[in-house]
Design a protein. Sequence first.
Length: 259
Amino acid sequence: MRLSVLASSSSGNASVISVGATHILVDAGISARRICAGLEQCGLTLSDISGVLITHEHIDHICGLGTMAKKLGGNLHLYCSRYLRDDLRLRAPMASLSYVEPGETFHIGELVVTPLAVKHDAIDPMGFIIASSSVRLGYITDTGSVPMGLVSALHGLHALLVESNYDESMLEESGRPYALIERISGPWGHLSNTQAGELVQAVANENLHHIFLAHMSSECNTPEKAAKSMQHIIDTLPENCRPQLHLTHRDAVLPWVDL
């Protein structure tokens, strides 16, 4: 399995995951033009995409869908929660749309996907476990807290992409309205650098080889702060359980990483 993050931040998110001839996107929160350009850097085209997993309906996760649907029509296969169907039909009426339920596994080509319920102020947000015959990738963004059921579902991973959205001090000192600070830091908002580290600490195992930090706020975080916070956690783990740390980027493609 390979993962490339085409973009990730509070402004837009899209990743591509490949095994053999199966290539899927997780979210399409940047323009279709940028998605196509990012796929080209990965040696792919939009027509190569077997399916698109949608985490939720916020614009930084779906803004490219309309143009993609115009390009591909019914050959664009979207997978979303049942409560998101009507919203996506309006945005991408020509696409093929399937709804999925948390905990119910389904297949896209050579990949096995298990949706996971997460806590975010959206219609019915989800994370995913995406598995091949030998690799399990956890994909968790846009969740304000991590219930024990989610932690349990993420045990035994080989790789984890997790949001590390904000630094607590930067958020408090950002000058943002109090209500917005409360929303971001609340149980239905986003994970802080500290919370992301706590999740990694909870699911660390000797097979977890890669951590990807994603969805970093450009105003309330820096890559340096997020990396320093996570690396501190990694350094406290047993030597045989210390994954490699990768930073994703707002405006640049993270090239293929073999998982």
